[in-house]
Design a protein around this ligand. Structure first.
Ligand code: NDP
Length: 244
């Protein structure tokens, strides 16, 4: 089948919670052997156990994408990689005039430099294997403007351009580089915000008039991970219920 990942190996960063844990489950369900990477070993082990219970195959690698020494573990973890879901990311909200240098550094180091270094390690491993698919997790906040998330928005705009440039350079090696740009999602971490007046006002600006659920990302993820997208590279797919 077009979207089957049987026989493929996928590495998912930020797989200890949220989108990354969900992505890992979906890839495993489609038949991929997954490697789960993040800093929290126990949370990763819980996700691996859930995947195993559903009959999937999962390994765990502890990794801090901002720490050069810990990135040394990547080449070994990626020796047989076909798919990278480059997902680890953080947010610091607050007005631009109140953001500190430490906020800026933390967000840019994780979301932009960290994503680049992981994509580069995957690109090198995939080049040696003759191909692969890299999926960078951007955000609609990297495509359109919203207040109170300046470093985050800049990091995600950077991820969009990194996707396009790496796609150009890596196409000759059979490597596709695409991005998913999720819109406003209903996740545990931000549920309280969506119940405020400001949150409800934002939801009214979404053409489909609702928040996204994690499951809304499954189809686009499987498309980019599988041969279904074999003639797509450098694409940024917004999964946002329509343009705001
Ligand atoms: P979570 O906070 O639930 O998950 C973030 C993940 O990244 C965790 O697994 C965390 O694991 C990992 N992580 C953070 N810092 C590092 C680091 N230095 N090294 C390795 N892993 C790290 O957030 P989400 O699931 O919401 O976000 C996942 C991605 O989706 C992010 O890139 C985010 O920008 C993007 N996104 C999210 C949206 C949303 O509405 N939630 C919308 C659009 C995009 P650990 O702490 O164990 O290291």
């Amino acid at each position: 089948p077009l979207f089957s990942l049987a026989g493929k190996h996928a590495l998912v960063t930020g797989a200890s919670s949220g989108l990354g844990a969900h992505f890992a489950m979906i890839l495993a369900e489609a038949g991929a052997a997954v490697t789960l990477a993040a800093r929290r070993k126990e949370a990763l082990a819980d996700v691996a156990e859930r995947i195993a219970r559903l009959g999937g195959s999962a390994k765990v690698v502890t990794l801090d994408v901002t720490d050069a020494a810990s990135l040394d573990a990547l080449p070994a973890a990626m020796a047989d990689i076909d798919i990278l879901v480059n997902n680890a990311g953080i947010v610091r909200d607050g007005p631009a005039l109140d953001q500190t240098e430490a906020d800026w550094d933390a967000v840019i180091d994780t979301n932009l430099k960290g994503m680049f270094l992981v994509a580069q390690a995957a690109g090198r491993a995939m080049k040696a294997r003759g191909g692969g698919s890299i999926i960078n997790i951007a955000s609609i906040l990297g495509l359109r403007q919203a207040g109170a998330v300046l470093p985050y928005a800049v990091s995600k705009a950077g991820v969009v351009q990194m996707t396009k440039v790496m796609a150009l350079e890596l196409a000759r090696h059979g490597i596709r580089v695409n991005a998913l740009a999720p819109g406003y999602l209903d996740t545990e971490l931000n549920r309280a915000f969506w119940e405020t007046d400001a949150g409800r006002a934002l939801i009214r600006r979404v053409p489909q008039r609702r928040l996204g659920q994690l499951e809304d990302l499954d189809g686009p993820l499987l498309l980019l991970a599988s041969d279904g997208s074999r003639f797509m590279t450098g694409a940024v797919i917004a999964v946002d219920g329509g343009h705001l």
